[in-house]
Write a protein that binds this ligand. Structure first.
Ligand SMILES: Cc1cc2nc3c(=O)[nH]c(=O)nc-3n(C[C@H](O)[C@H](O)[C@H](O)COP(=O)(O)OP(=O)(O)OC[C@H]3O[C@@H](n4cnc5c(N)ncnc54)[C@H](O)[C@@H]3O)c2cc1C
Length: 567
């Protein structure tokens, strides 16, 4: 255990396990109320998945949107999250996340100095479901100067090495081939960071300003528990680390240790479908889930994950192979996805969570997977227009890209019937020229169009033909950002025991828990939005404070200023 901030002590009011957005929001909120707080991170680096994420937050009926004149309501959002969660969620968690999302947002902005930009036209993921909107619920962090915020501590915050640009800029620039790379290099040299790293930097700086101590290489292993159980004054009293050290928590322990995706035994036994790859830090091994289970915590929703179609391209994190998320590669006009039979099987432009569910289909007659592995297929002109991942036309073809001079040659290389692949491409091309996809309705919704290319010469931003060889294929498998089921909590993040009673002194937030929206993925930021809200509610509850914060009533004018400053 290595203290990065503060000096060793054996007792705190609150001990927080993990250092992602869930942990930091809980820690900073509790510390803001005067509690002494210790943040314990198992890895040598801080920030978890949150630091390498897009950093977007899905907050329904948020004040940024309100000030921009956007019409939304808690009721409309509740209708939507009920629909999107496929009947698996709990009203208590829906209400907690939707009702208090904007309180959390106002609090972290006004009291903790975290700054956001409002994305006015980022559509909800399921435009077909009641209560969805085509913009207004997704916000993202402003660019932040990590060196100014954290000084030497900046080097201890996890990075994925990406250039510092916001989602708003991505939208404006359209494709990686059109990015101002020189300007982005200059930003990076100046210490600017974006997305999840900016979010973590601002939250961590806030927690430290509020007095929290921070230690890394500190793996929580057991919860200390006194008493016989809930009926006998039993409570969690601290944490025992893998090193054997014990830290006492006089008021609460908060488990925010992320998902269990890197524990292959847990993932195989619990998830609804085989997880081929993931891209979170390998330290997310379900430790918090096991710690809570040992003292009788209830678990829920463990079949689920934040599913996403991914390729295995040789990327690594902390020395472990990870998956690479596919977005524009499958959503840009001029690429399609085909299954083991060389046929399209889904709308390639739909949100990653639902598309990955299509990868999970089982081919019963042949007793094998139907759509895994799938392949993204595109042509030379697509490569010249957009590039694919970090590869650009004219560079040597990387190992992860399969190349064929003709579609027939490509089909042979990826093991699908050539006549099927040729027929699939011919039909797609004919329809794409007209801007239509009657087979899978790609390009019909605001969501699909958002992720297409507005500058596309064909009549639909999502559709374009594949005509000029060589042709390329990229293998796609079922991956995930992380699991999203686990410890069951109530609407204030208190951990519930197997009988549904709160375990005194124990809170849990984030991917270590059942997601507030269960199996649903309502829109961009639907993991960080609710999990930071639950982190905020944990901090407020530990401090004995109401969900609404003091600044809320007087926030109207201040919020207008914040929104203005953020643009
Ligand atoms: C590329 C990418 C982009 C994404 N973009 C977005 C986005 O824009 N918006 C969105 O909402 N979501 C996004 N996500 C998902 C989101 O990042 C995660 O769902 C979220 O960060 C999880 O936060 P968390 O606080 O639960 O856990 P994490 O951020 O994963 O943090 C958990 C931490 O706990 C530590 N830990 C584990 N075990 C222990 C232990 N025993 N003791 C102490 N510490 C421990 C881990 O090392 C880790 O640092 C993205 C994910 C990825 C990979």
């Amino acid at each position: 255990m290595k203290y990065l901030v503060g000096s060793p002590r054996s007792t705190y009011d609150v001990v927080v396990l993990g250092s992602g957005a869930g942990a930091l929001t809980a820690a900073a909120t509790a510390a803001h109320s005067g509690k002494s707080v210790l943040i314990l991170e198992k890895a040598p680096l801080l920030g978890g998945t949150s630091a390498i994420s897009g950093g977007m937050l899905w907050i329904a009926a948020n004040h940024h949107a309100r000030h921009a004149g956007f019409e939304d309501s808690v009721d409309k959002a509740l209708e939507y999250v009920r629909a999107v969660s496929r009947g698996r969620g709990r009203e208590e968690l829906f209400a907690a996340a939707v009702n208090h999302g904007d309180s959390m947002l106002g609090f972290v902005e006004q009291e903790l100095g975290v700054r956001f930009i409002y994305l006015d036209n980022f559509p909800d993921y399921r435009q077909d479901l009641p209560g969805s909107v085509d913009g207004g619920r997704t916000i993202e962090p402003q660019l932040a100067n990590i060196d100014q915020l954290l000084g030497d501590l900046a080097q201890h915050v996890r990075s994925d090495g990406r250039a510092p640009f916001t989602m708003q800029e991505y939208e404006d620039w359209g494709a990686f081939t059109r990015f101002p790379w020189g300007e982005l290099d200059a930003r990076a040299k100046a210490g600017l960071v974006a997305k999840g790293r900016a979010l973590v930097a601002m939250l961590l700086a806030a927690a430290i300003r509020e007095g929290a101590h921070v230690a890394v290489e500190a793996r929580g292993e057991h919860l200390a528990y006194s008493g016989q159980g809930a009926d006998d004054g039993g409570r969690v009293t601290g944490v025992v680390l893998a090193s054997g050290e014990r830290i006492d928590a006089t008021e609460a322990v908060v488990i925010a240790t992320g998902g269990f995706e890197w524990d292959h035994t847990l993932a195989d036994s619990m998830l609804a479908s085989r997880l081929y790859t993931m891209c979170s830090p390998p330290t997310n091994e379900g430790d918090g889930l096991r710690m809570a289970q040992r003292i009788g915590a209830q678990t829920r929703g463990t079949r689920e994950a934040w599913w996403a179609p991914m390729s295995i391209t040789g990327d690594t994190r902390d020395g472990q192979p990870i998956g690479t998320l596919l977005r524009f590669e499958r959503q840009g006009p001029g690429s399609i996805m085909v299954n083991r039979h060389g046929k399209r099987f889904a709308n390639e432009s739909q949100n990653y969570n639902d598309l990955a569910r299509a990868l999970q289909s089982w081919d019963s007659p042949n007793n094998t997977t139907l759509n895994t592995p799938a392949h993204v297929v595109f042509d030379q002109s697509y490569l010249e227009r957009y590039g694919v991942l970090s590869h650009r036309a004219g560079e040597p073809t990387p190992d992860y890209l399969i190349e064929g001079a003709t579609l027939e040659e490509l089909a042979a290389k990826i093991g699908v019937h050539a006549e099927n692949l040729v027929a699939t491409v011919e039909r797609f091309n004919a329809l794409a020229q007209k801007g239509e996809d009657p087979d899978f309705h790609r390009g019909e919704t605001a969501y699909d169009k958002y992720w297409g290319d507005a500058a596309n010469a064909w009549p639909n931003p999502s559709l374009g033909p594949l005509e000029r060889g060589p042709f390329y294929a990229l293998e796609v498998v079922n991956g995930a950002f992380g699991t999203n089921g686990g410890i069951a909590t109530d609407g204030t993040a208190r951990v519930l025991d197997v009988d549904g009673a709160p375990i005194t002194g124990l809170f849990a937030v984030g991917n270590a828990t059942e997601s507030a929206y269960a199996s649903g993925y309502p829109g961009a930021g639907a993991t960080l939005g609710p999990l930071m809200t639950m982190g905020y509610l944990a901090g407020r509850t530990i401090a004995g404070q109401a969900a609404a914060h003091d600044g809320e009533a007087s926030s109207a004018a201040g919020l207008a200023d914040l929104a203005g400053a953020a643009r």
